[in-house]
Write a new protein. Structure first.
Length: 208
């Protein structure tokens, strides 16, 4: 059974509400969460531009589109924050997928720092890494699976960077963003296809 309740879902944001919240807070020299430092405000400004660009440019691959009709009806919940660079790079893709699913996927967003008990159920190597997608069967509430916090190639880069005691974080962030720009959401889309195949098989097994 899912660790996310209907009460949790009732306080989640739509994508439009999430984006509006980020914009509104930024006008007040704030971002989501509790850290309103100059650095986090800078990250937030960059992320708004990234999401705006990706909203216009993301194109879903045919193999992903082809599997959508076989998926069960789902509620997707994403743990995120406005300052998170990985969230800005990946959330627009999730939104495009939900739109293409034509009603099969209801997608909503919870702020990590306001929902730490939930976040702590979905740690990555012991850390509260975001974004984190949790997929729930819309009819049964069963948890089908998760994705996140980032495509596997980037996750490997992060793990290697953490081994470097004197690594240059600013330089590392630039390397990661260049990877995202070159990849054009392809790695994430392929990972979602693999997950979808598993979830579709689970749904077919229930039907049979």
């Amino acid at each position: 059974m899912s660790k996310i309740t209907t009460q949790d879902l009732s306080k989640a944001y739509s994508y439009e509400e999430y984006r509006d919240l980020i914009d509104r807070l930024y006008l007040e020299d704030k971002t989501t969460g509790t850290n309103h430092s100059e650095a986090y405000l800078h990250y937030t400004k960059l992320n708004v531009a990234r999401m705006r660009r990706l909203d216009k440019t993301v194109t879903l691959n045919e193999d992903l589109l082809e599997i959508l009709p076989s998926l069960p009806p789902m509620n997707w919940v994403v743990l995120t924050e406005g300052w998170c660079g990985d969230a800005a790079q990946n959330i627009p893709v999730l939104e495009k997928i939900a739109e293409a699913a034509e009603g099969k996927i209801s997608l909503s967003y919870l702020l990590r720092d306001e929902n730490l008990p939930i976040m702590d159920e979905y740690l990555t190597n012991g850390g509260r890494s975001i974004p984190k997608l949790i997929a729930l069967h819309k009819e049964t509430g069963e948890e089908l699976g998760t994705w996140g916090p980032r495509p596997e190639p980037v996750q490997q880069m992060v793990m290697e960077f953490r081994k470097e005691p004197n690594g240059d974080y600013k330089q590392f962030v630039e390397v990661v963003q260049k990877w995202y720009a070159k990849d054009k959401t392809q790695a994430m889309q392929q990972e979602m296809v693999s997950l979808f195949k598993t979830w579709a098989q689970a749904e077919n097994a229930v039907v049979e």
